[in-house]
Design a protein around this ligand. Structure first.
Ligand code: F6R
Length: 609
């Protein structure tokens, strides 16, 4: 969603802000803007559209020249994408702000300001109201003013603020929405995410709830909600600029698909000891795992789909009941959770608003929470009882690929360890399964090399489709949910995933001549049944594409196209079968000329409900 940046230092501030915002483009946006101190005055430039539109506008109308300022990419929530609604928002001349998140009580505040004859409102945004409220309370003491406003606004937000009479200084505050403060040599930054500033510095502070940062003379200092100065721990990013760049690939998505073998290896290797899964560094012991009677896996989108695979695997191996739920549903459905239950929250960003809300819901129920998160120090990681970090590195493409793959690998580790702890499998079986998992990075790599061109070709058969179906049974059904989401989000082709055995109960009536049906058929124990379903749709005119292993016996008449992948243990097949689904989605989007990494209307990190 929206991205915030800020800079104080010797470089050309406008250039730094635009460059940093470019690295936040993946979050999704529809307008952009900056505000910079130029000769002691705040100069603003903003534009609807992409960052290139802002840059073009500044080329013709003049770029603010200075060394301190704030910048923003906006993903519209209150008011349409337009120049006027773009950030930064100002209160006349005294205050300029950028904002990520939502101010829930902005209408009440606006009413209050109008009643007090304060401010002329030009935009439809909640943000502009906050700019005026800051102005209303400002008496020359920025910290006091920010604290006062913090007590009055409700919602999830992070703000970057300029006060006109405090030139060359940037203020920032955070409540819920993420914000980091970068510290370079003689320069300081704020940003919604570390990749935005990694080009300039790897050192950063994590701003906590209610903390205020002041960037001045190239240095960052901090105070708490009560206005007391505080020292914060300086962290160092464990990735560099290269890993946050495309590295020769045309899109981040395909680069991230190719990074999967390494991501899986980096995620599982430190959690395996003497051939057995060992999650004790994450606070998870076999004794603890033994206690759980029910597991709830709660997440959104792709992360939820990783949970679906987890359900099949945990239930099969550990014989523990697993319920998978969408976070936005779970949080409002008054779920039955209690002691001896484990609630697993899966999230790449660790900032997804609905998933985060689940943590609050679980508090006080007696259930334990375990977060499986990719972004270090993110809210979900910090608030859960236990955390397993996935080590996918920064995922920039909006469509999640490597984060999903590493989430799957953690699901397996957890399932193996739980099955062993509960005495459902013996040590030998646990070691055998773990070894198979250890070998998957190599198989994933072989799979990519083997089928990339095939998928590129098959995707040309999809580009004219208006609608398609993804089908599968068991684990293949769980996988097809992700395949379908991946395809629809970046190709804009309507797609649904269906349990293959359910087609006859209604959905098969949708099949018309040439409609693509992609069947995931990697589960040999139920292959016959899936093949029957493929034949049923084929007989009704569907164009069938079958994803199966190299040995699977598939009738030529049943499949128009077959994508064959290496065969491994059936339970682990999702680690391999994910690859063709990702590649089909990627190349369909490329062939349609879509913006693969930044699909329309989508944001990488969904920090609002
Ligand atoms: C789709 C995708 C989304 C996310 C979802 C949850 O490719 O990436 O469906 O999986 O928005 O995001 P996180 O994992 O950050 O909680």
């Amino acid at each position: 969603m929206c991205g915030i940046v800020g800079y104080v230092g010797p470089r050309d501030c406008s250039d730094v802000l635009v460059s940093a915002l470019t690295k936040l483009e993946y979050r999704g946006y529809d307008s952009a803007g900056i505000a910079v101190f130029e000769n002691g005055k705040i100069e603003v430039a903003k534009s609807k559209g992409r960052l290139t539109d802002l840059v073009n506008k500044m080329e013709t109308q003049g770029k603010p020249q200075g060394h301190a300022g704030i910048g923003h990419t906006r993903w519209a929530t209150h008011g349409e994408p337009s120049d006027i609604n773009s950030h930064p928002h100002s209160s006349g001349r005294r205050v300029s702000i950028v904002h990520n998140g939502i101010i829930e009580n902005y209408k009440d505040i606006k009413k209050f300001l109008i009643e007090n004859e304060h401010g002329e409102f030009l935009s439809d945004t909640d943000t502009e109201v906050v700019a005026h409220l800051l102005d209303y309370y400002y008496d020359g003491n920025p910290i006091k003013c920010i604290r006062k406003v913090l007590h009055e606004i409700r919602g999830s937000f992070a703000l970057g603020i300029l006060f006109a009479d405090r030139p060359e200084t940037v203020y920032a505050v955070r409540c819920e929405s993420p914000l980091i403060v970068g510290q370079g040599k003689g320069e300081a930054f704020i940003a919604s995410d570390v990749p935005a500033i990694i080009k300039y510095t790897k050192d950063y502070f994590l701003l906590e709830y209610g903390e205020i940062a002041v960037l001045k003379n190239g240095l960052a200092s901090f105070c708490d909600l009560h206005g007391r100065m505080i020292e914060k721990e300086l962290k160092t990013a464990d990735f560099d600029e290269d890993s946050a760049e495309k590295g020769g690939y045309p899109h981040f998505m395909i680069k991230e698909i190719h990074e999967q073998p390494t991501a899986v290896k980096t995620t599982i290797t430190p959690r395996i000891e003497c051939g057995m899964p060992n999650l004790s560094e994450c606070g998870i012991t076999p004794e603890e795992l033994k206690k759980f009677n029910n597991i709830f896996i709660v997440a959104c989108g792709t992360a939820m789909h990783a949970g679906m695979v987890g359900k099949y695997v945990i239930e099969k191996l550990a014989r523990v009941s697993v319920t998978v739920d969408i976070a936005s549903e779970f949080r409002y459905r008054d779920p039955l959770i209690g002691e001896n239950d484990l609630v697993i929250i899966i999230s790449q960003s660790g900032e997804t608003a609905d998933s985060k809300a689940v943590l609050n819901l679980v508090k006080g129920t007696g259930a334990k929470t375990l977060a499986i998160v990719n972004v270090k120090g993110s809210s979900i990681a910090r608030e859960a009882d236990m955390v397993i970090y996935t080590h996918a590195g920064p995922e920039i493409a909006v469509a999640s690929t490597k984060a999903y793959m590493v989430q799957l690998s953690v699901m397996y580790l957890l399932a193996f360890q739980m099955a062993f702890a509960k005495g459902r499998i013996d040590e030998e079986e646990c070691q055998r399964l773990t070894l198979e998992l250890v070998r998957t990075p190599e198989v994933i790599e072989q799979t990519i090399n083997r089928i990339e061109n095939v998928c590129r070709y098959v995707s040309t058969k999809l580009i004219t489709a208006d609608s398609l179906l993804y089908i599968g049974r068991g684990l293949d059904y769980a996988l097809s949910m992700e395949g379908s989401l991946k395809l629809k989000e970046i190709s804009y082709i309507h797609s649904e995933s269906y349990a293959a055995g359910e087609l006859k109960h209604g959905t098969i009536s949708l099949i018309t001549d040439g409609m693509p049906v992609i069947a995931v058929a990697t589960q040999n124990s139920i292959l016959e049944k899936t093949i029957s379903n493929i034949k049923e749709v084929k007989a009704r005119g569907a164009m069938t594409i079958v994803i199966c292993d190299i040995q699977a016996d598939i009738d030529k008449e049943a499949a128009d196209y077959i994508i064959r992948i290496p065969k491994i243990n059936e339970t682990l097949m999702p680690m391999v079968a994910t690859v063709p689904m990702q590649l089909l989605a990627y190349y369909t989007s490329v062939n349609k000329g879509n913006d693969v990494d930044k699909p329309r209307n989508l944001a990488k990190s969904v920090t609002v409900e």
